[in-house]
Design a protein around this ligand. Structure first.
Ligand code: NAD
Length: 501
């Protein structure tokens, strides 16, 4: 298959450690594969604990260096603004690398990378607005104030679905707050992060402020998380890995932010604009081939409109064009990794075994032109009970479970009957219902008459097992700061400590 997304020869990448291009200490490399062709296109350093140690030490040295620690907050902010310019300049190049690694549509990845620069601008702007408070305490002879200080070395661990965007959610506030960083991208999609890390030097950041470590979680994860010089781990990924990272971090008393999975309900009431709801349902599950933590993978449809809505849904989803993710005409790309494609197909089997009815798709596409890629057809299951595994577990693929409901109370009961709580959608024209649902849904984000909206300005994170902490918005910078309370005695002389007052 001739693919516009296939690169002609293997590109060999290196990590950035202490401002230098670093080869893996053990001399090991592994291949990164293109999900559309199944072919290797890049070589990535396979790092081990010794590389992780070097990266953390470089980040720690930079944290203590005058070049970074004494930089005025406004100057720190300007470095982030300069970086944002470089991201805009290189957006197309970086997005194409991401597509080669994760198979998502070029249109989506380019949109993401272009939008990414806003994160660095927003948090660059916040860098010189980290203000403490003067506290009028009950001790009038004392002057008490607070300072918000950086933590030190932050390890950012990212998944494969949106590597640079999800990195920006961590790195922009972490750097704005004055921390330094070691980035550990997914082993499936490391290349864009390695290219991106090279921009920091050009933007004028001191060496060692941003470092990268590639390789497999099992090889370097524990070494990074438990390293005595690491202060915090900001993690996005699956909940099992997140639990492992959190457990290790707790043992070493380190801070964590966890952005984990979801099984988000997208709820369609019979009073909704059903044309819009249809678009929202499709975008919610088939965008990014369902490989998004906020996928609206449980579609709850009010029983009075259920059958007609499902008919329209199936008819529309059937028109989705699978193909080369680099082409503007493609609407659904492949699954990012081969093991994950097998996992998605496995869930389709599980759903059938549980008695759900497959109304669309349900396997690999038969088109021979797609045989080289790791595709799964857009798939819709009806007759799903919320207690089935297909309704409770994150598939992270283009597989939708449709569940009928009777009324508001029933919708809330079903929607909240799950361990996750990342996002939820509500489609209704009734303003009272919109407020009520927004209040009762157990999710970190609720969308009303829309789906998948996110912004650098608005907090994002999970309820329940979907995570701990918030990214984006002003409160995100607090995740990378620690508060110091300073007491100054203004009284003349110290009282005798042996005389109790
Ligand atoms: P994953 O958990 O397999 O991997 C995530 C990262 O953790 C990778 O960089 C991986 O190398 C690393 N890792 C693996 N083992 C590790 C260990 N022992 N110690 C430290 N790091 C380790 O997740 P994934 O398959 O890359 O991504 C998909 C998951 O991410 C889905 O569950 C999805 O919902 C979630 N996700 C969440 C959000 C969000 O913001 N909530 C966004 C995107 C993806």
């Amino acid at each position: 298959m001739n693919s516009s997304s296939a690169a002609p020869a293997l590109v060999r990448y290196r990590n950035t450690i202490g401002g230098k291009q670093a080869e893996p200490i053990d001399g090991q490399w592994f291949e990164s594969l293109n999900p559309y062709t199944g072919q290797a296109w890049a070589e990535i350093p396979r790092c081990g604990p010794a590389d992780a140690d070097a990266a953390v030490k470089a980040a720690h040295a930079a944290f203590q260096s005058a070049a970074w620690a004494s930089l005025k907050p406004s100057a720190r902010g300007k470095l982030l603004l300069k970086l944002a310019e470089l991201i805009d300049r290189d957006a197309e190049r970086l997005a194409a690398i991401e597509v080669r690694d994760n198979g998502k549509l070029m249109a989506e990845m380019l949109g993401q990378v272009r939008y990414l620069s806003e994160w660095y601008r927003y948090f660059g702007g916040l860098a010189d607005k980290i203000e403490g408070a003067v506290i009028p305490t009950d001790k009038p002879e004392m002057f008490n104030y607070t300072r918000h200080e950086p933590l030190g070395v932050v390890v950012a661990i990212t998944p494969w679905n949106s590597p640079l965007l999800l990195l920006g959610w961590k790195l922009a506030p972490a750097l704005a707050a004055g921390n330094t960083a070691v980035i550990k991208p997914s082993e499936y999609t490391s290349a864009s992060t390695l290219e991106f890390a090279r921009l920091f030097e050009e933007a004028g950041f001191p060496p060692g402020v941003v470092n990268t470590i590639t390789g497999f979680g099992v090889d370097v994860g524990d070494a990074l998380v438990t390293h005595p010089l690491v202060a915090k781990i900001a993690f996005t990924g699956g909940d099992a890995t997140g639990a492992h990272v959190s457990e290790l971090a707790a043992r070493h008393i380190k801070r964590v932010t966890l952005e984990l999975g979801g099984k988000s309900p997208n709820i369609v009431f019979d009073d909704a604009d059903l044309d819009n709801a249809l678009m929202g349902a499709i975008a919610g599950i088939f965008g990014a081939s369902g490989q998004t933590c906020i996928a609206g993978s449980r579609l709850l449809v009010q029983r009075s409109v259920h059958d007609q809505f499902v008919d329209r849904l199936v008819a529309f989803a059937r028109t989705a064009r699978m193909g080369d993710p680099m082409l503007a005409t493609t609407q659904v790309g492949p699954i990012t990794t081969l093991p994950h494609r097998e996992k998605v197909l496995g869930y389709i089997d599980i759903a059938r075994g549980e008695g759900a009815q497959c109304a669309l798709g349900g396997g690999r596409p038969s088109d021979p032109a797609l045989s080289g890629g790791w595709f799964v057809e857009p798939t819709i299951f009806v007759g799903v009970d919320n207690r089935m595994r297909i309704a409770q577990e994150e598939v992270f693929g283009p597989v939708l479970s449709v569940i009928p409901f009777d009324d508001e109370a029933d919708a809330i009961r079903i929607a909240n009957d799950i361990n996750f709580g990342l996002a939820a959608g509500v489609w209704t024209r009734n303003i009272r219902r919109a407020f009520l649902m927004s209040e009762r849904l157990q999710a970190g984000t609720v969308w009303v008459n829309t789906y998948r909206a996110v912004s650098y300005m608005s907090p994002f994170g999970g309820f329940k097992r979907s995570g701990i902490g918030r990214e984006n918005g002003q409160e995100a910078i607090r995740e990378y700061l620690q508060t110091k309370s300073v007491w100054m005695n203004l009284a003349e002389g110290m009282p005798n400590p042996f005389v109790l007052r």
